[in-house]
Design a protein around this ligand. Structure first.
Ligand code: NCD
Length: 311
């Protein structure tokens, strides 16, 4: 039985993740070979929360495959503003499109949609919970740059409490051998308890929690910076106090290995100074580009078009 929806990063087996990444890398080399594979197919992008990269990279991915796209980019522009439930919306969209990417501020909304949908649902970010396609983007970038997903020391820095990209990436990376995590955040923004207990401790994964970026920087193969998630805070004062806890600049980069890579799911606010952009170790714009190739591979996988031989 093939997977129908992608709601959590764990919905894909490690083998399936590896296949999608390998297909994404193949597409990157020869994109023209895949330019017609989704002809006649439609992707619906239902975005109830702001997005630039995720929505547009999904749309670019479907257009690159020869398919078409439809959808909305804010809840206000949809019948959600009139009180329609996600369940009703998806029942209808199922007859308009072949596959759907959904972003929603409420944790679990794409999962609910999947219960009522007859087309594959992809979670494009649900509240502070999961963001599995950003994780695929992160994994394909690491694989391309390092040639492996195992034996790495990765520092995750910033808002580890509300950052859904971090939650999904931890869940995905613990399935590879010898991945060590350095979790760098202010005390108020450490990872949720369920990740610490049920994922890291239960899996006997090596990790350190710290608020000291400089001390750990020299050990890292990858530094994954994140934005403090203003929209998930209960009060503005806390956000203002914590928003600039970590700022990566050229001086700090001198502490890092020559082969360390700086990643960021973007958008960035202040957490990476623009002077770092010119450092060859800054790979966040490449990462955003890789998101298109891996989403092309994912769409093919969910529509079971990845079994068609491509010469
Ligand atoms: C992230 C998200 O939406 O969670 N952005 C993205 O999808 N590339 C990270 C963020 O908003 O900080």
């Amino acid at each position: 039985m093939r997977l129908k929806h992608l709601i959590s990063p764990l919905d894909l087996t490690v083998d399936a993740v590896d296949e999608i990444i390998d297909l994404g890398l193949k597409i990157m080399k020869n994109p023209h070979k895949y330019a017609h594979i989704c002809e006649g197919k439609k992707l619906a992008t239902l975005f109830y929360e702001p997005s630039t990269r995720t929505r547009l990279s999904f749309e670019a991915a479907m257009l690159n495959l020869g398919g078409q796209v439809l959808g909305f980019s804010s809840a206000d522009a949809s019948s959600a503003a009139k009180g329609e439930s996600v369940a009703d919306t998806i029942r209808v969209i199922s007859s308009y499109a072949d596959i759907c990417a959904m972003r929603h501020p409420k944790e679990g909304a794409p999962m609910v949609a999947s219960l009522y949908s007859s087309i594959p649902i992809i979670n494009a970010g649900d509240g502070g919970h999961n963001h599995p396609t950003q994780t695929l983007t992160d994994l394909i970038t690491i694989k391309k740059l390092m040639g492996r997903l195992n034996h790495i020391t990765i520092g995750l820095c910033g808002d580890l409490k509300f950052g859904r990209t971090v939650h999904s990436l931890i869940n995905a990376l613990v399935r590879y051998q010898k991945v060590r995590f350095v979790l760098i955040s202010p005390k108020e923004l450490t990872i949720p308890d369920y990740l610490r207990k049920d994922v890291l401790d239960a899996g006997k994964v090596k990790y350190t929690e710290t608020d000291d970026l400089e001390s750990y920087l020299p050990e890292l193969d990858i530094l994954y910076m994140t934005r403090v998630q203003r929209e998930r805070f209960f009060n503005e004062e806390d956000y203002i106090r914590l928003k600039d806890s970590f700022i990566l600049d050229a001086a700090k980069m001198q502490l890092a290995k020559e082969r360390m890579f700086v990643m960021h799911p973007l958008p960035r606010v202040n957490e990476i100074a623009s002077e770092v952009d010119n450092d060859p170790r800054a790979v966040y714009f490449l990462q955003a580009k890789m998101g298109v190739y891996v989403r092309m591979a994912l769409i093919m996988h969910l529509l079971t078009l990845d079994t068609i031989p491509i010469s």
